[in-house]
Design a binder for this molecule. Structure first.
Ligand SMILES: [Zn+2]
Length: 601
């Protein structure tokens, strides 16, 4: 039994690696590449020496029972927070996630209060275990000969170096978490990335246009394969909108440029690509300002919980957000309230032209379901790997419920005549992954399930008559490859102001083309989830041109090149030597210095 204290000592050093095992996060290790392994091994050695220094300092202390408390607590937090976070997001905690939580006003105290029992269990148990181990642990003799001041110096140096480690998450969980927290703190202290620095909106000259009303409906996390796209095909998931808007033009090949709400909203309201700088995005006139300058009353009504809307709301005539609809952050039925409000408001708007954007949010995880309207069974908020089919049903039921709400709203608006002079655009900010490529939710990749989104355009018969051949061109381009970059030009075109000479300086900067002008030769556009607005949790990016895409995630050794023409979530993989892929490679070299894994290409 003499070896027991030594075993206890080694067990303390093994705690962060135990966290990998209990949270199943060790599976991510298999996605590492050569350099990642090297980094992980190096940092694992640092982790071991770090806890070694802590444990020997505790063992050498005369007040062992007291000194052991902060060390045990730190170990408990490292193991527990990692496990809880990984179970929910299939990701390690990164500085990007903390940054985003901060920007969106995420209140950690509230979450801690609500989930106190789970957190207590996940943090408390490893903390108690560590505390017990620290009391009995006895370091090996040779360790005890190292002077305490050297150990303390080592701990200090380690803490100071943490914010400057590379962002690559190939780190043991303890180093990864400490790095993320320190990195975030470092950014706040140095004032880098301050979201409050907003540019003033530039002057937009008034323009002449038509009197067509524009209703832009943006949904959340809708995948192309979880929506009824073809109006004539049997419809399971979204029957209500399918029925009410049966005379719509479906857009079968619409893609978002990213899979985060905040980035998509930026693209959809500025018409600028994801790689535009924060300053460019914030200085560009947005759709509301342009619509207002084109003589329209403007409204943004949203039930989305996102706090940072990427909209200069001061220039919108009427703004309603989630916090106006409910005081309860966990309220799950705001879509219903939004639809009721929108029906009332739009009916009151009258004949002066308007531009209204509605942003629905209940299809965001954890997917709000109405048990009375849930045809997909069994369903459950089961975020485990094995529970994915049930979670997917939960999601589809949420889509079904939201469709009943949006379809019902459109039905009332159409039958009341409120849309008689209107054009309606519908799309989703991005798709949603259900572990098709191992990841859950969105923002983790630009694979098809995350970026191929449903979209359609509907216009009242009077509007079709006004648009004339433009409407026929849109219908002909139903299967053409479009992206969210094409929305701003299309809306401006529908308002009759896309060719406004006074706006040349603005419209020539738009990357997309109007869908009302038919099929055009698509240009190569950057796609991905890392930009100036968003420090990405997982590095992933690529280039898309028409129906060919190259992309990579940070654990991919090289680009993958995909043929998107099938519209499937697992499209055929092309050889990189294919001329279309080679063309995108040339474009990628202009856009990105390295692959997401940090290597040159
Ligand atoms: Zn979203």
């Amino acid at each position: 039994m003499k070896t027991l204290p030594t075993i206890g000592f080694i067990a303390i050093l093994a705690m962060p690696f135990l966290a990998e095992v209990v949270s199943s996060s060790w599976v991510r290790l298999w996605r590492f590449h050569g350099a990642d392994w090297l980094l992980y091994a190096l940092l694992a050695a640092i982790s071991v020496t770090f806890w070694c220094a802590c444990a020997t300092l505790v063992a050498a202390s005369r007040r062992r029972a007291i000194v052991a408390v902060p060390v045990a607590l730190l170990l408990g937090v490292v193991v527990g927070a990692h496990a809880v976070f990984f179970a929910q997001y299939s990701s390690v905690i990164t500085a990007g996630y903390i940054e985003e939580g901060y920007r969106h006003g995420f209140d950690a105290r509230r979450t801690i209060a609500e989930q106190r029992w789970m957190i207590l269990a996940w943090v408390g148990l490893p903390a108690l275990l560590s505390y017990g181990l620290l009391l009995v642990a006895r370091p090996m003799t040779w360790l005890r000969t190292i002077r305490n001041r050297w150990k303390a110096a080592w701990l200090g140096a380690g803490l100071c170096a943490l914010p400057f480690l590379p962002d690559n998450p190939a780190k043991p969980v303890d180093i990864q978490m400490e790095h993320s927290v320190m990195r975030f703190a470092w950014h706040r202290v140095t004032g880098r990335d301050d979201p409050r620095k907003m540019a003033d909106a530039p002057y937009v000259p008034p323009a002449r246009g038509n009197r067509i009303h524009v209703l832009f409906i943006l949904s959340e996390s809708l995948r192309f394969d979880s929506y009824c796209n073809d109006p004539s095909a049997p419809c399971e998931v979204t029957p209500e909108t399918n029925r009410v808007m049966h005379d719509r033009v479906p857009l079968y090949q619409m893609r978002s440029n990213d899979s985060f709400t905040i980035m998509s909203t930026a693209v959809l309201t500025t018409g600028l690509p994801i790689l535009a700088s924060r300053q460019e995005l914030e200085a560009a006139p947005n759709l509301f300002e342009l619509a207002r300058a084109a003589g329209r009353h403007t409204e943004y009504l949203g039930s989305h919980k996102i706090k940072y809307l990427f909209l200069r709301t001061a220039n919108i005539d009427q703004v309603v957000t989630f916090s106006d609809l409910s005081n309860d952050d966990d309220y799950e039925y705001a879509d219903e309230d939004l639809a009721r409000l929108a029906t009332r408001r739009i009916a009151q708007l009258g004949s002066d032209p308007w531009f209204v954007m509605l942003q629905f949010g209940d299809t965001h995880s954890p997917y709000s379901v109405d048990p009375g309207l849930a045809p997909f069974r069994p369903y459950e908020r089961d975020f485990s790997w094995d529970g994915t089919p049930k979670l997917f049903n939960q999601y589809r039921n949420a889509v079904y419920r939201q469709d009943a709400i949006i379809g019902g709203m459109l039905d009332r608006l159409r039958s009341s005549g409120a849309l008689d002079d209107a054009i309606v655009l519908f799309t989703s900010d991005h798709g949603e992954a259900f572990r098709e490529h191992t990841q859950l939710y969105h923002g983790g990749s630009v694979h098809e399930e995350e970026v191929h989104v449903p979209a359609w355009i509907w216009a009242a018969s009077s509007v079709r008559a006004q648009l004339g051949p433009a409407w026929a061109r849109l219908a002909d381009a139903s299967s053409a490859p479009w992206t969210h970059l094409d929305v701003v030009p299309t809306v401006l075109d529908a308002m009759g102001v896309l060719d406004e000479p006074a706006w040349r300086g603005i419209t020539t900067k738009l990357w997309g083309t109007s869908m009302l002008r038919g099929r055009t030769r698509p240009r190569a556009i950057p796609i991905g989830n890392c930009n100036d607005l968003l420090a990405c949790a997982f590095k992933n990016w690529g280039v898309m041109q028409g129906l060919v895409k190259i992309e990579a995630r940070e654990w991919d050794g090289y680009w993958n090149c995909w043929d998107l023409s099938t519209g499937k979530n697992e499209p055929p993989l092309l050889s990189m030597s294919d001329p279309a892929c080679q063309e995108l490679l040339v474009e990628a070299r202009k856009l990105y210095p390295t692959l997401p894994n940090g290597r040159p290409f």
